[in-house]
Structures are given as C-alpha cells and as structure tokens.
Design a protein around this ligand. Structure first.
Ligand SMILES: Cc1cc2nc3c(=O)[nH]c(=O)nc-3n(C[C@H](O)[C@H](O)[C@H](O)COP(=O)(O)OP(=O)(O)OC[C@H]3O[C@@H](n4cnc5c(N)ncnc54)[C@H](O)[C@@H]3O)c2cc1C
Length: 411
C-alpha cells in the first residue's frame, strides 16, 4: 500500500452533508478528482525529497491549477464566482491535505493568503497578476515573518523597512521561512513604514527586481513540498502602484489574510486527520491479533469512534468559520481560531495513534524485503508544523480566551 487511496473514505460512508451548499459539494468532487490525477501519483515523492529550488512540485502545482482549483476563490471576472468561495477554497485545502499536507500548505499561500492581499491591489495590477496566479504559471508568496519576529507582528518589531521616496518606496530587510519564495514571481510583504509613526504597510514586490535575493531553501523535518527560504532585500524600489491597501494600514491587510489562512490550515488538519483515520480503519479490519481482527478490540473501537466524532466536529468548525467570512463577518472569530487549533491538534493526535495501530509498519518508511510502506512516517513529520505556522496554536487559544474571559483580564 503506498498511500491512503483505500477505495473508501469513512467520511463518505458515515456522515452527511446536511447543509453544505451544492456548489461546495461539486467543488469537493472536482478537487478529489484533480488530486487523484495530478497529486496522488507524486505525493510520496514530494513528501520525502530534500528541499531545493529544483524540487518544487511544478507538475502537481500546475496540474491542480489546470483543473481550476486555483481559481476557486475568485469572482466571476477571474474564477467561478461562487456564492461561498471561502468555504469551497477550504474544502479544496482539505482534499489536497488528504493526500499531501505540504501541498495544502502551498495551496493555502497561493489561493488563500495571497488572493486576500491582491483584493487590495489596484485594478490594473489585479488584471495583470490574477490570471498568472489562477493558471499556476506563476507562484506567489506571502511574507510577514522575519528572523526575530513572527507570532508578534506589531509594526515596531518589523526590521524590514520601506523608506518613502518621490515615486514609491525603497525597501531593505529580511523575511524568513517564506513559502514558495525560491520559485515565486511576486510576494505580498508586510514592512514597517519608515515615515515617522506610520505603522506597517503591505507591498507587492517583484522578486525579479534589482536588490532582491532569495536564500538557500531551508531543510525541514517535514512539509518537504512546501519549500521555504529567506527573502533578502537591499534598496529594492517598489512603485506607489504596488501598495496593497493604504500606506500605514498593512497590518489590517495582513491580519485579514491570516484569518483566512488559519481556517485553511484548520481544513488541512482535517484532511490529514481523515487520511490517518482511514488508514487506521483499514488496518483494524485487516490485521489480526489473538485470532481476531485488531478492530475487534474494544479499546480501538472506542478510540476510533471518538476520533471520527472529533473529525466531524473539526470539519464543521472550519466550514462554519469559512461560512462566516462568506456571509460578511470580517473576523470569523472565535470559530476561525477554534478551527485552526482544534483541527491541527487533532491531525497530530490521530497520526500518532495511526502509527500505534500499524505497529512497526507505521514507524517504517519501507519494509526492506517487500517494499511495503504506509505514509504515516511522512504524515507524522508533516503534521507538527500545522500547530505552529499561520499563528501558533497558543495564539489561537489566546484569541478564544480573550472572547471567553474578556480582554480586560487576558490582555
Ligand atoms: C513550512 C513553513 C512555512 C512557512 N511559511 C511562511 C510564509 O509563507 N510566510 C510567512 O510570513 N511565514 C511563514 N512561516 C513562518 C511561520 O508563520 C512562523 O514560524 C510561525 O508564525 C511561528 O513563528 P516563529 O517560528 O518565529 O516562532 P515564535 O514567534 O518565536 O514562537 C515560538 C513559540 O512560542 C509560543 N508562543 C508564541 N506566542 C505565544 C503566546 N502569546 N502565548 C503562548 N505561547 C506563545 C508558540 O508555542 C510558538 O510556537 C513558515 C514556517 C514554516 C516552518
């Protein structure tokens, strides 16, 4: 067995799309077919290869784009113009993560974070760049993190500074851990505005511009398909036309992207959890211990029943958070924070249990003599980052606690 393509999904057998709009159900089917065609055949290779500029999975990336998945968040001018675009986009993220958590991370950047920043671009910039994004011809990056700050994004902490000039800005500094930066054409970047007391500004920066250098790709525990690297800027000129939103109001743009991104990562956690559950169910049905299938042990029956219930809760949470955004709630909190923290924690818990259920086979990359492998080793390496990036889970719990207990107490 090379992956979780078991011919069934427990989700389909058991639970019901009670209120999911028809358009979302259709996009889920579209995504599942596209993932099977373009991602599944190469997913295990993507999950294990060493990161380099050349290892970016252009084939899968463009295959998913060719099937229309990158256009899902966009309006009629650039995409399908769905009534609930965020719900559909997160559903795609779940489907991609079922096969490859790292490619869901790439999708989250390209199709959730960046589109939300481009929503603040001038019309001519949008007309030029959105077709590049939806076609997959060009990869896009989103950069807030720096070597010395990430969870704390207050403007004073940012060391990447844009000094105003007569025709725009000159930007210098360094961003770290930036997804797809080594292959991307453009980045939406949060910088400190050098003008006195001006706060932070979101700029669209051409990564081919003079003064831009991309660092060597980072070598990570997992998410090997989500290649990250530093972006170093030395006196990079950015024209006025490439401000995203208003100068000095970039934090709002960044946070509105990150709230969407965190729902997408919650959805990715659900996809990973679902894949681990399905692998576990298959093993419980087919592996025998003490003369009976492993699934005859009440311990695993109760454990799996509990996990199936939790996955359903996590899925409902991210769907509800996405629906809040789609119906005009600009914050989608606390559901967005709940969805991110709960879905990603669950992914880690279920992957760890799935390894336990598989015994040595779960721990192995490959059985030497037979070539047999399950992807749980990869999933275990991959799942951890879901709890850290796009707002560490402790930050999500802080967001929930602020509403629960009150900011006067929690800070
Ligand atoms: C694969 C990958 C892809 C990434 N892609 C991008 C990208 O495209 N763009 C980008 O800008 N960044 C990206 N990042 C960076 C990522 O967003 C940061 O790593 C993340 O926000 C955490 O920041 P940090 O690593 O600086 O940790 P820190 O900010 O130093 O936090 C470390 C830990 O401190 C704890 N912590 C922080 N604040 C609190 C608090 N208030 N209460 C309690 N505990 C707290 C948390 O446990 C947290 O994990 C990526 C990182 C990785 C590994």
């Amino acid at each position: 067995m090379s992956g979780p393509d078991l011919g069934f999904r427990t989700q389909d057998r058991m639970t019901h799309d009670v209120w999911l709009p028809d358009e979302t159900v259709a996009v889920r089917a579209q995504a599942r077919a596209a993932v099977a065609r373009h991602l599944a055949p190469v997913a295990r290779d993507i999950g294990s290869r060493e990161e380099s500029v050349d290892s970016f999975a252009w084939g899968a990336f463009r295959g998913l784009a060719d099937e229309g998945l990158f256009a899902v968040p966009f309006d009629k001018e650039h995409g399908p113009g769905l009534e609930f675009p965020m719900l559909a986009t997160c559903t795609v993220a779940e489907e991609i993560a079922y096969e490859s958590s790292s490619m869901a991370g790439v999708y989250d950047g390209q199709c959730i974070l960046v589109p939300q920043t481009l929503a603040h671009a001038q019309d001519d910039v949008r007309s030029q760049l959105i077709p590049e994004l939806t076609s997959g011809r060009t990869a896009f990056a989103f950069a807030t993190t720096e070597p010395t700050t990430s969870s704390d994004l207050t403007a004073e902490r940012l060391q990447t500074v844009a000094e105003p000039t007569a025709d725009g800005w000159v930007v210098s500094g360094r961003k770290r851990w930036i997804t797809s930066s080594c292959v991307a054409g453009w980045v939406s970047m949060l910088v400190r505005d050098g003008a006195e007391g001006a706060g932070a500004t979101m700029l669209l920066i051409d990564l081919k511009a003079p003064g831009v250098r991309i660092g060597t790709p980072d070598l990570k525990m997992g998410h090997r398909g989500q290649i990250t690297a530093d972006i170093v800027l030395e006196d990079v000129h950015v024209p006025h036309s490439h401000v995203l939103g208003e100068p000095g109001r970039g934090m709002g743009v960044a946070l509105s992207a990150l709230v969407r991104g965190r729902i997408g990562i919650g959805a990715a956690g659900v996809g990973v959890a679902q894949a681990a559950l399905d692998l576990s169910v298959d093993r419980l049905r087919t592996r025998h211990v003490f003369g009976a299938p492993l699934g005859a042990q009440q311990h695993w029956q109760f454990t799996m029943a509990q996990r199936a219930t939790e996955i359903e809760c996590a899925r409902s949470l991210y769907q509800k958070a996405a629906m809040l955004l789609d119906t005009g709630d600009a914050t989608a909190e606390p559901e967005a924070a709940m969805a991110k923290a709960y879905g990603t924690r669950l992914a880690n818990d279920i992957v760890r249990e799935a390894i336990q259920i598989h015994g040595a086979l779960g721990f192995a990359r490959q059985v030497g003599e037979t070539g047999e492998s399950v992807r749980l080793e990869e999933m275990y390496r991959d799942a951890k980052i879901l709890e850290i990036f796009e707002g560490a889970n402790e930050l999500q719990q802080w967001i929930v606690a602020r509403r629960l207990i009150g900011r006067d107490i929690t800070g």
